[in-house]
Design a protein around this ligand. Structure first.
Ligand SMILES: [Zn+2]
Length: 680
């Protein structure tokens, strides 16, 4: 019993004792945790008394919490602070956890009890109890608990196949990406900025070539090349190679696309749905395919003329500058960049001195204070996973305890890339029926301080900080009874509202003066710089929107109904025909064969949610703009109706309560300059 993961965390706020936890503690703690959870579940199914909310649903909700905490801590460290040995433990832990979860869903006597409580839920009064019953019951059903023995086996079979096909799809994409190389000599570098040349030099050096430059198939390498290289022949080469990845050849994904779509369709069919999208949408705010098409079509009508106009402008510029008669796909990025420089003469680097990372964090805290009365008090007595991590106790306006926030901002070798929010302890009930406050971690990989300069952020990084901080507030301000319903455990296409809307404050409207101070002079970010920034954000917004719609339509085509796809190219061409502005000029071009989001990630029938969330965010922020961006009543309503509510109701009901009506697309279109009435 010297394993800290198996003991009650009795330090300050019951926080995880990171200093005491060692790698060797995880497997024993998780093994014991699974045994304990299984025995609590056994006592649920062994009960002689008839199934009730308390002895079944609540008992299940409270079972395995020690296990949950150990697993959560493991995966947190896996992402935030781990070496290869620590990562290798997942080969043991992941299958153990998967098997444990699978066994719960296959536990027939447990499901029978849940079903009884579900059938009698009308006898209960508490809204949250009923919600927990529904969620638990649906979880079981969607994992096959209500199926016949034969269908259960079919479902497991499909899941097993999918669990190998998706990684194979990704592997092919990665291999094809890694395989592409464009070697350059000094004479081939024309137009490339120094930073791009340096990166290409470094890439070549890594392959042992000291006198050459290398462009790879990875986006950060080839994308700036396409933007800046004056060599049309080389741009063509790069474009064709990167747009036809995995369409034929050694790393062909055509069969995988067809097979994954087919298996997902079959899975949905077994569970009683017409198609995979219908299965997914049962737990989405969008609810029906019809609503998704309504959104996509509406955006399409608004952006298509703008997108055509964008293309015309670029074609004209290509003609003027280089006498090009017919613009090709490999010219677009290059002349877009030229046009951008023409229209907005500003260098993003000029903003950086105003975005010192400490100031940006302080700014985010200040916005939370102005909106919700929150205070962030730095505390030193809480253990963390790395010395760079700061911890804050979050206090409410009346100084009551809200939760704990961990802040881990800079990259290191033991941390994965990207930015994310992670609940280390979700808000909600624990054994003994005490309702606990949450512990939330905010992780980024921001520009590091150097010897002579503090950490100065790009504007995109400022947005990232506010974005993740928005997710953190959603976790911190949660006020529910049960963990399964609390914080960010909401429908997938609703979860980005809380994060995107914080970007709106970070992005400037009236909040920059809190934090955008020059790190040397203290001067507030000049208005004209801000104006330029805002204008440039809408550069080619029509084309960008159209591109997102292409992905959205293609995703819905693959998963919205069952298509006996024979030829992936033909199928794709039909699905996205109306979003194509010109004849296809790239041999072998294919989106599907490298569309990892929908074939290897969780976005099947879900790509639309990017645009869906933007619509919600722009529409919700419009309300703040109407009332004043720090209006206390509006902020209170956003907190009370959305941030604190978790998954207690369908998101549309929560949204209606805040906004007084259903979301409208106009605010987004207005912001992006895409309203039909606005001049092109
Ligand atoms: Zn997010």
């Amino acid at each position: 019993m010297n394993n800290p993961l198996m003991k009650t965390f009795d330090g300050p706020f019951g926080a995880i004792p990171f200093n005491d936890i060692k790698a060797e503690h995880f497997v024993p703690a998780i093994t014991k945790g699974i045994e304990d959870a299984e025995s609590s579940i056994k006592s649920i199914t062994d009960t002689k008394s008839k199934p009730t909310f308390e002895n079944t649903i609540l008992a299940l909700e409270l079972s395995g919490q020690k296990l949950g905490s150990a697993i959560n801590t493991y995966y947190h460290l896996f992402g935030s602070e781990s070496d290869q040995n620590f990562k290798d433990l997942s080969d043991k832990i992941s299958p153990m956890v998967a098997e444990f979860e699978n066994n719960i869903y296959l536990n027939e006597s447990l499901f029978k009890r849940i079903e009884k409580v579900f059938d009698n839920k009308h006898l209960l009064e508490d809204e949250e109890d009923i919600r927990l019953i529904n969620i638990t019951y649906n979880d079981f059903v969607r994992n096959g608990a209500a199926l016949s023995e034969a269908d259960k086996i079919n479902l497991r079979d499909i899941d097993k196949k999918l669990s190998t096909l998706s990684p194979q799809f990704s592997k092919n994409t990665l291999n094809a990406t890694n395989e592409f190389e464009l070697w350059l000599d000094k004479t081939d570098l024309d137009g490339l900025p120094d930073t791009v040349v340096e990166a290409a030099k470094l890439a070549a050096k890594e392959k042992g070539e000291l006198d050459k430059w290398l462009i790879t198939g990875h986006f950060p390498s080839f994308s700036p090349f396409m933007q800046y290289s004056t060599r049309r022949d080389l741009r063509k080469k790069v474009h064709i190679a990167t747009s036809s990845k995995c369409n034929g050849g050694k790393y062909d994904n055509n069969t995988f696309c067809k097979e994954i779509a087919y298996l997902k369709h079959k899975r949905a069919k077994i569970l009683g749905y017409d198609n995979y999208a219908d299965y997914i949408l049962q737990e989405r705010m969008a609810e029906k395919q019809e609503n998704i098409y309504k959104l996509l079509d509406n955006l399409y009508d608004s952006c298509i003329e703008h997108a055509k106009n964008d293309l015309m402008q670029i074609s004209d510029l290509a003609k003027t500058l280089d006498n090009i008669d017919e613009i090709k796909s490999w010219d677009i990025s290059y002349y877009s960049e030229k046009l951008k420089q023409d229209l907005y003469d500003y260098d993003e680097n000029n903003l950086k001195p105003y975005f010192k990372s400490e100031n940006v964090m302080k700014g985010a805290f200040e916005v939370a204070k102005k909106l919700y009365g929150l205070h962030f008090k730095k505390v030193d007595e809480i253990q963390t996973w790395h010395e760079d991590v700061n911890v804050y106790e979050v206090l409410d306006e009346d100084h009551s305890h809200v939760g704990v926030l961990y802040e881990d901002l800079f990259p290191r070798n033991t941390k994965r890339g990207g930015a994310w929010m992670n609940p280390l302890r979700s808000q909600g009930m624990v054994v003994g029926n005490e309702v606990c406050r949450p512990h939330i971690s905010l992780t980024c990989n921001l520009t590091k301080p150097t010897e002579d300069k503090p950490s100065l952020l790009t504007y995109r990084e400022v947005e990232t900080v506010f974005h993740e901080f928005g997710h953190c507030l959603h976790g911190l301000l949660s006020d529910r009874k049960y963990k399964k319903i609390s914080g960010t455990s909401v429908f997938w296409d609703f979860v980005e509202l809380a994060s995107l809307i914080m970007e709106d404050w970070g992005g400037g409207e009236g909040a920059l003066e809190f934090f955008a101070h020059h790190y040397e002079t203290g001067e507030v970010l000049p208005k004209d710089l801000l104006q330029k920034l805002k204008k440039s954000k809408n550069f080619r917004s029509g084309s960008n929107c159209l591109r997102q719609l292409t992905f959205g339509y293609l995703d819905m085509a693959w998963f919205g109904k069952h298509n006996n796809v024979d030829d992936v190219d033909k199928f794709e061409k039909m699905a996205i025909e109306k979003t194509m502005l010109k004849e296809q000029d790239t041999p072998g071009a294919s989106i599907s064969t490298m569309f990892g989001h929908i074939f290897a990630g969780g976005y099947s029938a879900g790509y639309y949610s990017y645009k869906w969330a933007e619509v919600l965010e722009a529409d919700a922020f419009e309300k703040f703009k109407e009332d004043g961006i720090f209006n206390q009543d509006t902020a209170k309503s956003f907190r009370d109706n959305i941030l604190s509510q978790g998954n207690i109701k369908h998101p549309l009901d929560l949204y209606r309560k805040f906004r007084g009506r259903e979301p409208k697309v106009e605010a987004l279109l207005k912001r992006e300059g895409l309203l039909k009435t606005s001049t092109v």
